[in-house]
Design a binder for this molecule. Structure first.
Ligand code: GLU
Length: 399
């Protein structure tokens, strides 16, 4: 067997991207698959953003830039953090990367080491744990109950902290549960973390896809967290720019500089044309956001209604943000169809893909094996068709 680096050998491919890749493969083979797998808005990138990229290309902005992004992009990010989050960051405290994923991986690698623990409230996005393990640190999962609406409870957080705890990854609105922390919950969490030296990482990529009031930022609520806090964000979801790969981190300048050194050795600057488009996205008209949010809101209502009608699917919470529903499917565990037995969310997702040609992501790698995740970043027509198919497939399962 090929001998690999120990840490790489231990990780699996991203479950979300793997599910999406399987759906794409089946589509290429001529199968009519509806993908509710990838967390990817189905909208096109707004025209003015694409035009900014055209302009940059025509102007020959095709060379290396500063590793952590151009001065103009860092200023645009600074402006965004002030405008949307009421947070003050200067350019040396900001790094742009090829997607929020790269920003997170770089910062996590820069900050943590073997022997460290990083708290991950679960259910959590599949890549957090892998990123932490790759840094040599250990993910410490803290389950968040259905009764709490999948929110981290301050007492559970307090209990999870040990002398080895060096970081925590928070994500609101949450992928995969759609849970959104309100100001009171953020205040309670801040209270536990403020007098520690734990790195508080806040993944805000779904901030603009929230169906209630726009929540204040954790670091605005408790500004003292900023000295050991990192903000992560992306343009992927807000501006429908997944393929452009642009995200960023902001935090204390020594931490950002360390992430920058890693980026300078590993990859270099994010794509120069993408950076020009990102400046326009962040500083140009923001009016494309509202219709996208309204579309997600309409789909959210539809999905809640349809998921609840599927026998064996139970929706513990109404997603308040992001574009995912995370039903509990434990009632279906142990059922079978032919030689296929449903033992967890992953086997159910595989069964639904085979039988219904609808792609979901099983809950296992989100730390919730009794669940499946479905993304409603697709049209109402696709959603209705997908639910009809899922209902028919699930009806075939026998106890
Ligand atoms: N974050 C999105 C998701 O969960 C995109 C895919 C990925 O990078 O995981 O589906």
């Amino acid at each position: 067997m090929l001998k690999l680096n120990r840490r790489i050998a231990a990780i699996k491919p991203s479950a979300t991207l793997a599910a999406d890749a399987r759906a794409t493969e089946m589509k290429l083979a001529g199968i009519d698959v509806i993908s509710l797998a990838a967390g990817e808005p189905d909208f096109d990138t707004p025209e003015h953003i694409k035009k900014a990229a055209d302009k940059a290309l025509a102007a020959g902005q095709t060379k290396y830039t500063a590793v952590g992004g151009t001065a103009a992009l860092k200023n645009a990010i600074k402006l965004k953090l002030k405008r949307d989050n009421n947070l003050d960051y200067e350019p040396p405290e900001i790094i742009a990367s090829a997607g929020c994923k790269q920003a997170e991986a770089n910062v996590i690698n820069a900050l943590f080491d073997e022997g460290d623990e990083v708290i991950i409230p679960t259910p959590a996005w599949v890549s957090f744990a892998a990123m932490v393990s790759l840094s040599g640190a250990e993910p410490k999962f803290v389950p968040c109950s259905e009764e709490s609406g999948f929110m981290l409870e301050p007492e559970a957080l307090r209990r999870a902290i040990t002398t080895r705890t060096r970081g925590i990854m928070l994500n609101s609105p949450s992928n995969p549960t759609g849970a959104v922390y309100g100001p009171e919950q953020l205040t309670a969490i801040a209270r536990v973390l403020v007098d520690t030296d734990i790195w508080v990482m806040s993944d805000d990529v779904y901030e603009h896809i929230a169906y209630g009031e726009f929540a204040p930022h954790l670091f605005h609520i408790e500004p003292r967290l900023k000295s050991h806090g990192i903000v992560f964000n992306s343009l992927s979801k807000t501006y429908a720019m997944t393929g452009w790969r642009i995200g960023f981190a902001a935090g204390p300048k020594e931490a950002i500089a360390a992430a920058g050194r890693l980026q300078s050795q590993n990859s270099g600057n994010p794509n120069s044309i993408t950076q020009a488009a990102a400046i326009e996205a962040l500083t140009g008209p923001q009016d494309a956001l509202k219709p996208m949010l309204e579309a997600f809101r309409e789909r959210n209502a539809l999905v809640v209604e349809r998921v609840r009608r599927i026998p064996g699917f139970r929706l513990p919470n109404i997603p308040q943000g992001a574009f995912y529903a995370f039903p509990n499917v434990s009632e279906l565990l142990g059922s079978r169809f032919g030689d296929k037995q449903i033992t967890d969310g992953d086997t159910l997702a595989a069964f639904i893909l085979d039988e219904a040609h609808v792609s979901l992501v099983g809950g296992n790698d989100f730390g919730a094996p009794e669940h499946v995740r479905l993304s409603y970043a697709t049209s109402v027509k696709n959603l209705n068709e997908a639910f009809d198919r899922i209902e028919r497939a699930v009806a075939k399962l026998k106890r």
